[in-house]
Design a binder for this molecule. Structure first.
Ligand SMILES: [Zn+2]
Length: 325
């Protein structure tokens, strides 16, 4: 007999992850494949759904609900992806309708950072907590705010856009149209940009040798060179920590969460980022007992998003059960 399962799909600019869980929420299968954005949204999505159908068949399972996490902005109520910067060509993409044409089951869509926040809440570093903020720092900066164990979506599903906290009022212009956003200063891409700009002044630095030229300097080069004692890299790193600390300060004084959880590629640097960040946040936040706010690395690493997508699927299933009572 076929068993009933929940499917989770986490759509990223480079990879799509698919996972299956039992109706009790236990993940038993997970796979990843390249997104290949150049193939166009519809082709990618048709192939993804066909693949999921085959995988379910192989597992002798019947999909009864689906959760989808995807880069925003998106409209949850309409089930439409609007214009994600990391998925060119996915503008106004009716992902829920297309998915339902293949699998006529309850489907919940949310942005990937909100999904990752849920993943960390129920399966990761936030287990047992009710209020937390998740921040992902990689090529961009995203976030998810959880209050009383629920994602805060807000107007236009725009809650938790932590990458667009203003850090420098007159800073570099962001693709969102504002200036001095956290993402424009502290995402991996922008840490590298700031380092390259500094190096263009002709200053000597280990980074040139380590990367093999200014244009090849990445955030990883900066963190490696900072650890090796390079003065400019350290300056860039310390500044980065300060920028993130200002953002985390604003989050903490607004929401007083039990934890701020950091994930994303830049978190591969671990304590090199976390230790000075904790110290700087402690120095800044005076208005509330900041030592009660934990600043933690994500426990699920690159899997926060796919766990979150499964939770969305679980929620879709629960909601439909209630609606049918
Ligand atoms: Zn912005």
């Amino acid at each position: 007999m076929q068993r009933d399962i929940i499917a989770g799909i986490d759509i990223g600019g480079t990879k799509i992850a698919v996972a299956f869980a039992s109706t009790a929420g236990e993940m038993f299968f997970k796979t990843r494949f390249p997104t290949q954005t150049e193939r166009g949204a519809r082709n990618i999505w048709n192939d993804t759904l066909a693949r999921i159908g085959r995988l379910a068949e192989e597992a002798n399972a019947r999909i009864i609900a689906i959760g989808i996490g995807c880069g925003g902005p998106l409209n949850r109520a309409r089930g439409v992806i609007l214009s994600p910067p990391n998925l060119p060509g996915w503008d106004e993409f009716p992902i829920v309708e297309l998915t339902r044409a293949k699998f006529d089951v309850p489907i919940v869509l949310d942005n990937d950072a909100n999904a990752a926040a849920l993943g960390e809440l129920r399966y990761g570093a936030g287990r047992g907590l009710q209020n937390l903020v998740y921040i992902t720092i990689s090529t961009g900066i995203g976030g998810g705010v959880i209050v009383n164990e629920k994602v805060v979506h807000g107007v236009g599903d725009g809650g938790g856009e932590i990458g667009h906290l203003t850090i420098l009022p007159d800073g570099v212009e962001c693709k969102c149209g504002a200036r001095g956003c956290l993402e424009m200063l502290a995402s991996g891409t922008n840490v590298a940009r700031r380092a390259r700009e500094r190096l263009q002044t002709g200053a000597p630095s280990l980074m040139l040798e380590m990367a093999g030229g200014i244009e090849r300097v990445t955030a990883q080069t900066v963190s490696d060179a900072a650890r090796a004692g390079d003065a400019i890299a350290r300056e860039i790193w310390d500044e980065t920590v300060r920028y993130i600390a200002i953002g985390v300060n604003d989050i903490i004084v607004t929401l007083a969460p039990q934890a701020v959880i950091l994930g994303g590629g830049v978190m591969a640097t671990g304590e090199q980022l976390l230790e000075p960040l904790r110290a700087e946040v402690k120095r800044r936040v005076k208005i509330l007992p900041v030592k009660e706010v934990q600043i933690l690395p994500a426990a699920l690493g690159g899997d926060s998003g796919i766990y979150g997508a499964l939770i969305l699927g679980q929620d879709a299933h629960q909601a439909s059960k209630k609606a049918n009572v």
